[in-house]
Design a protein around this ligand. Structure first.
Ligand code: FAD
Length: 390
């Protein structure tokens, strides 16, 4: 079998690239290890930068997002019993974010791929890239007893943090940077009215909390928990009671609780692998970098990789111009590191660190005091939150 571009991973990165390239007449195949139901069952990100939303529209996948997604012009930070608002529109020159779940993004991308006859192979086992440092790379996968070979011009590693693509790059080529935080986020999805129409990031002595949402009838709440905690340690009543303790009283009084329809714990980690290209293999999204969810950069950083890669591949196919491909790793990483810095800064500002001294705790409180006393500091926060330009 042959495709111009073989994409490993049918998450948002892989599907978005496949869809964008298809619309420009470039032939792709997507190899996904899991079933479609499994991929769509994962509850993850929910805040899209306006640049990502534009890319979805360009991919002809923005219709439902524009109809059902919510435009948010601000969010709140709760601290010391107060609720301060970050006015994104005012501090970022009129920009905003779209609240629309990653599950819905992925569903829309699959629907578009189906509509256009895109090739997406599910349950592809033992996917392996070969000879990516040559001019004739290929990828193999197993379907039952058969081994299928796909010859291609380029291999895209969009297979997430645990995927095979990054691991196929020889040791000594990649440099990896990592920070593991000493806590995780316990997330609950519930079919309840959100406590606030805008997100509330909550700094509290008992630990961080986040009130987020997917729609006006679907809420997503998070609690900072020790890494040793397990989901079984947190029955619904314990989750809601702890969330109420961490929210300002007026907010807690309005919280509508209900049965959880999903509950999971995600450890917090920052990770970057450099470079994002090895021969004809290009890494994109979580395959190359991950961030703690604070500040919602993960999915958005994946989208900016796809933006650069899409334009670079189109330049290659339409004009024989490889300068975009040559510049891809450097360009993508420059933006990735800014997203890393921003999510690290927010994570440091809002969480309780078990090993912090009183001095560090006072500095952390001063960060927030400074933020809400300075339009310039709010401008910097807002500019990063709505998304730096691609
Ligand atoms: C629990 C959790 C919560 C998150 N919350 C947020 C949030 O609130 N905000 C935010 O911005 N980001 C969040 N993120 C991050 C965000 O979900 C990711 O950045 C985003 O999914 C990246 O998309 P991707 O397509 O690059 O990778 P993925 O979504 O991981 O997709 C990769 C795909 O590749 C497939 N795959 C893996 N290995 C192979 C293989 N060997 N062969 C073939 N296919 C393979 C996987 O099954 C998967 O479908 C969260 C992540 C997690 C895990």
């Amino acid at each position: 079998m042959r495709a111009q571009v073989c994409i490993i991973g049918g998450g948002p990165s892989g599907l978005l690239l496949s869809q964008l390239l298809h619309l420009k007449g470039v032939d792709t195949i997507v190899l996904e290890r899991q079933s479609r139901e499994y991929v769509l069952g994962r509850i993850r990100a929910g805040v899209l930068e306006h640049g990502f939303a534009d890319l979805m529209r360009e991919a002809q996948c923005g219709e439902r997002m524009d109809r059902e997604g919510e435009i948010h012009h601000g969010f709140f930070i709760a601290h010391d019993g107060k609720l301060d608002r970050v006015d994104l529109a005012r501090h970022s020159g009129g920009n905003s974010v779209v609240v629309y779940g990653q599950t819905e993004v992925t569903r829309d991308l699959y629907a578009a791929r189906d509509r256009m006859g895109g090739k997406v192979v599910h349950n592809a086992e033992d996917v392996t890239p070969h000879q990516v440092d040559s001019d004739a790379p290929y990828v193999t996968y197993r379907a039952g007893d058969d081994v299928v070979r796909i010859d291609c011009d380029f291999v895209i590693g969009a297979d997430g943090f645990h995927g095979v693509s990054r691991k196929s790059i020889p040791k000594g080529v990649l440099r990896e940077y990592e920070r593991v935080y000493p806590f995780g986020w316990l997330g609950v999805l519930s079919r309840t009215k959100p406590v606030s129409p805008e997100l509330i990031y909550c700094k509290h002595d008992r630990g961080f909390a986040l009130c987020s949402l997917r729609s006006q009838v679907l809420s997503r709440y998070y609690l900072q928990v020790p890494l040793t905690d397990r989901v079984e340690d947190w029955p619904d009543h314990a989750f809601w009671a702890e969330l109420k303790r961490r929210l300002p009283d007026a907010v807690a009084a309005m919280l509508v609780t209900g049965p959880s329809i999903e509950k999971s714990i995600a450890p917090l980690r920052s990770f970057v692998a450099e470079p994002m290209r090895y021969g004809r293999l290009f890494l994109a999204g979580d395959a190359a970098h991950i961030v703690p969810p604070t500040g919602a950069r993960g999915l958005n950083s994946a989208a900016s990789d796809i933006y650069y890669l899409y334009h670079a591949l189109i330049d290659h196919y339409e004009r024989g111009d490889d300068s975009g491909l040559d510049a891809y790793s450097g360009k993508a990483l420059a933006r990735v590191w800014k997203a890393q810095r921003f999510s690290w800064q927010l994570t440091m500002m809002l969480h309780r660190f078990p090993d912090h001294s009183d001095y560090e705790n006072r500095l952390q409180a001063t960060e927030l005091e400074y933020l809400f006393s300075s339009d310039k500091a709010l401008g910097s926060l807002a500019e990063n939150y709505v998304g730096l330009p691609f």
